[in-house]
Design a protein around this ligand. Structure first.
Ligand code: TTP
Ligand code: MG
Ligand code: MG
Length: 411
C-alpha cells in the first residue's frame, strides 16, 4: 500500500516577540511589539536596574509605544497586541494610536537565529524530510514517518509541537494537508499553538471560502486584478474555466491559479542543500518608472544590494554572479546577470555590477518588482583561501554549486 501524501507546514507563533518573552517572562499576556531602535532593551534596563535579574524588572519599567519617537514599522506583535489591530509592517505611529500601552522591544537577530536553528533541529530529530522556508517556518514531509499517518498527521504534529516547546519554550502552529499549498494555509487556521488537519475532501468546505490572498503566490497585484474580475474567494477562482483564467493571467500563472484553487500541488518537500544563490526582491507599493521615479527606484535598488550583501555575510558566503530580476506592469519578467572574476560580498561591488545589468534592460515600461541576486556562491573562508593562498590545495576546494537553484527565502 502506498502511503497517502501528508505534508506539514509549521510556523512559529509571533516568533521575534516570543523569543523576547523568553528573556522577559513577566511580559507574558501583555501587548508587546518588536520594532524600532537597535540598542537592546535589556542593556538600557540593566543600567537602570543594576543587580536585578532581567525577569524581575517590573513590566511598567519597559518602554511603551506612546513614548516612541521615530518612524519605523512593526516587525511583529504578540497575540495580545494583535487584539488591538496591531501587526507586522504597520507604522509605529499608527500602532501607537491603536495600542499606546504596548511595550516596544528591538529585535535580537542573534537570539532569533539561535532559536530558529534550535526548533528546526528539534524537528529534524523526529521527522527528517524538512524544507527550510525562512527564519520561522518549514515544510515537513510526514508521509513516510512512522505515525505520520495517524489521525491524518495530527499525532505527529502534536509530538513535534511538544518537543519544540520542551526544548525552547516556544509555541508554533502546524497545518497538515495533502500538499504544501494547503498545508501553508492550514497552519494559519488555528494560530497560536494550534494544529489543523485538512483532507483532500475538505478543500471545498475549508479552502474555497478563504480570500484569494491566502494562496501563497497570489499577492496584492493579482488580488486587485482578480477583484476587478469579481473574484474574491478562492472558490470564485475554482469556479472559472481554466482557459478563461489563462486568457486573463497568462499560460503559466493562470494555469497555476486554477490548480491552486482546486488544491492541486505536487511540489516535493525539498530538503536542505547548500544555497547556490541568495536574493532579495521587493514588490513596490505602486508601479515605478525608471526615469520618472529614478530617485526612489535607485534607493530601493541600493537597499536590496545591501540586504543581499548582509545576508551573504551573515551566512558566511561570497559569490561571483550578480544578477537582477525585474517584473513589469504587464507581469513579464526579465533577468540579467554578470559573472565577475573574484568572489565578493561587498554591497558597493554588488550594486555596481547589478547597475550594469540594469542598463541591459529596456526600461520604458513601468516596474512592479525589482530583485537582486548573487549566485555561484562559495563559503567565504574557502574562497578567501582560494584567492589569497596561491597554490594552496584549498584553491581547488571552492564549493561547487549544487544542482538546481535554491534561493534563500528571507522574510
Ligand atoms: P511570521 O511567521 O509572518 O509572523 P510571526 O511569527 O511574528 O507571527 P505568526 O504567529 O502570525 O506567525 O514572521 C516570522 C518573523 O519574521 C516575525 O516574528 C518577524 C519577522 N518578520 C519581519 O521581519 N517582517 C515582516 O514583514 C514579517 C511579516 C515578519
Ligand atoms: Mg510565524
Ligand atoms: Mg512565518
Amino acid at each position: 500500500m502506498t502511503a497517502i501524501r501528508r505534508i506539514a507546514h509549521l510556523d512559529m507563533d509571533a516568533f521575534f516577540a516570543s523569543v523576547e518573552l523568553l528573556r522577559f517572562p513577566q511580559l507574558k499576556g501583555l501587548p508587546v511589539v518588536i520594532g524600532g531602535g537597535r540598542r537592546r532593551a535589556d542593556e538600557l534596563l540593566r543600567e537602570r536596574f543594576t543587580g536585578l535579574p532581567l525577569s524581575e524588572i517590573p513590566p511598567d519599567a519597559f518602554p511603551v509605544l506612546k513614548d516612541y519617537v521615530g518612524r519605523g514599522v512593526i516587525t511583529t506583535a504578540t497575540y495580545p497586541a494583535r487584539q488591538f489591530g496591531v501587526g507586522s509592517a504597520m507604522g509605529m505611529m499608527k500602532a501607537a494610536r491603536l495600542c499606546p500601552q504596548a511595550i516596544v522591544l528591538p529585535v535580537d537577530f542573534e537570539e532569533v537565529r539561535r532559536f530558529s536553528r534550535l526548533f528546526k533541529g528539534t524537528i529534524a530529530e523526529i521527522a527528517p524530510v524538512i524544507e527550510d522556508r525562512g527564519i520561522d517556518e518549514v515544510y515537513v514531509d510526514f508521509t513516510e514517518v512512522p505515525s505520520g499517518q495517524l489521525e491524518g498527521g495530527r499525532v505527529l504534529a502534536r509530538r513535534i509541537q511538544q518537543a519544540i516547546f520542551e526544548r525552547t519554550g516556544l509555541t508554533c502552529s502546524i497545518g497538515v494537508a495533502p500538499n504544501k499549498l494547503i498545508a501553508k494555509m492550514a497552519s494559519e487556521f488555528d494560530k497560536p499553538n494550534g494544529i489543523s488537519v485538512v483532507y483532500p475532501e475538505d478543500v471545498q468546505a475549508r479552502i474555497w471560502p478563504l480570500p484569494v490572498r491566502k494562496i501563497n503566490g497570489i499577492g496584492p497585484k493579482a488580488e486587485a486584478k482578480l477583484a476587478k474580475l469579481h473574484l474574491h474567494a478562492i472558490g470564485d477562482i475554482a469556479a472559472q474555466e481554466r482557459g478563461w483564467l489563462i486568457d486573463n493571467f497568462g499560460q503559466a500563472y493562470g494555469g497555476w491559479m486554477h490548480d491552486a484553487a482546486w488544491g492541486r500541488d505536487e511540489r516535493p518537500v525539498v530538503t536542505y542543500s547548500e544555497p547556490v544563490s541568495m536574493s532579495r526582491e521587493t514588490t513596490f507599493e505602486r508601479d515605478l518608472h525608471a526615469v520618472r521615479d529614478r530617485a526612489e527606484l535607485g534607493a530601493i535598488f541600493t537597499h536590496l544590494c545591501e540586504q543581499v550583501a548582509g545576508d551573504l555575510r551573515r551566512k558566511g558566503y561570497v559569490g561571483k554572479t550578480i544578477g537582477i530580476k525585474l517584473r513589469f506592469e504587464d507581469f513579464r519578467t526579465a533577468t540579467r546577470d554578470h559573472t565577475i572574476p573574484d568572489f565578493t560580498s561587498d554591497p558597493a561591488m554588488i550594486r555596481r555590477i547589478a547597475g550594469q545589468c540594469l542598463k541591459r534592460v529596456d526600461l520604458s515600461r513601468r516596474l512592479r518588482l525589482l530583485g537582486v541576486r548573487v549566485g555561484k556562491l562559495a563559503k567565504a573562508e574557502t574562497a578567501q583561501a582560494a584567492t589569497g593562498g596561491g597554490e594552496s590545495a584549498s584553491a581547488h576546494r571552492v564549493a561547487e554549486p549544487a544542482p538546481g537553484e535554491r534561493t534563500l527565502d528571507l522574510f
